[in-house]
Design a protein around this ligand. Sequence first.
Ligand code: F3S
Length: 423
Amino acid sequence: MNLTDHEKAMYDGEHGRAKARAMDLLVRYGEALGAERLVETNNVAGAFNASTPSVQAIAEKGMEHVYSELNLDSDEVVDVPHMVAHTCQLITGIDNDNWELQGVDKALVDMQRANEKYLGRRGVNMFATCTPYQVGNVPVKGEHCAWMESSAVIYCNSVLGARTNVEGKESTGAAALTGRIPYWGFHITENRRGTHLVELDIEVDDMMDWGLLGYYIGEVIGEEIPVLKGTGRQPDLIKLKHFGAAAASSGGVEMYHIPGITPEADSIEEAFGGRKVKGTFRYGAKERRETYEKLQSSTEKKVDFIMLGCPHNSIDQMALIAHMLENRKIHSDVQLWVHTPRAIKQVAERNGYIDVIRDAGGVVMSDTCPAISRRLPAGTKVIATDSAKQAHYLPAITGVQGWFGSVSDCVDAALTGQWNGRV
Ligand code: F3S
């Protein structure tokens, strides 16, 4: 690994033990990946928070133990200085307000809150969402980042044109303290070219359509880079957020191009950058139907939990849900949780959306989601969700049955207690 003089000084401990341990980690990690050097980063989105029972024993010794062990992979316990890179906390396991509803122990909530203050004073911004790009962390095209969370990474690379691999708790912990990350993978221009063409034979329009397309592409593409042709109408943040999250859950897609829409290619040719097209897929009505059916893991029409907001909802999605629930009541056998970043929740509160959702019997959750927290309302057997990602993970993680559909299908299920969705 070739290090600059400043990096060598950090490695040798001239800038303190925490940076020395961070550099040790980055060099080990980079060498394992075949990286020849590090690249400067000033944008880190990681998981620093202590919110799980397994962390409790470490946190009781002090927060510096948590950071040293879990964010620096270090046996040596180091004092944690202020972060040098702009850094934010991604989603956590606990909603700081609705923890009782989640069935979380008060001791764990106290631990999360104490850890947040410890980290916040050191420069980790407590966005507490999987969509940092919705609440103020919007890297510019070409910016080198160190982000975790697959749905955020694919948005960062593809829609924003910034550059990141899917990092981990340790590498983001080290990057935040040093402003460095190994230079490999999606940091390198040549690795960002398309590999496969996906030709669309049908119009992809609403959020559910984009979720289905993403899920299909993830399954057929795996970890390659799709280039989409013929998407029709201009997608927005909400649709691309759902598309990317789905593609990153059924497969390991970390980047895609939609020529003329995403920033790194104006044409199909530019998206491939002279590379040979490895394969072509066609997506039509048959593929859409098959993907829809694959996402239904329930045969039981009676639902008891509706999960909306994966990835975390935008303010427009909150407005739509509030509009659908205005002057209505959800079924007495059903629980409805709507997830949005805490910063957006504040806006939704001021706009009156939260009151409408609450009056209808729903709960607005922030900071977390059921797939991350692994907590559902007690007794949940059948869920309904508008997210292909949540429909993919929740049955596997928690053993529930699941329905996937549009927002209006899910709101209808919340109101009637029955799944009536159709493709
Ligand atoms: Fe975000 Fe949880 Fe979905 S982390 S993308 S709401 S599974």
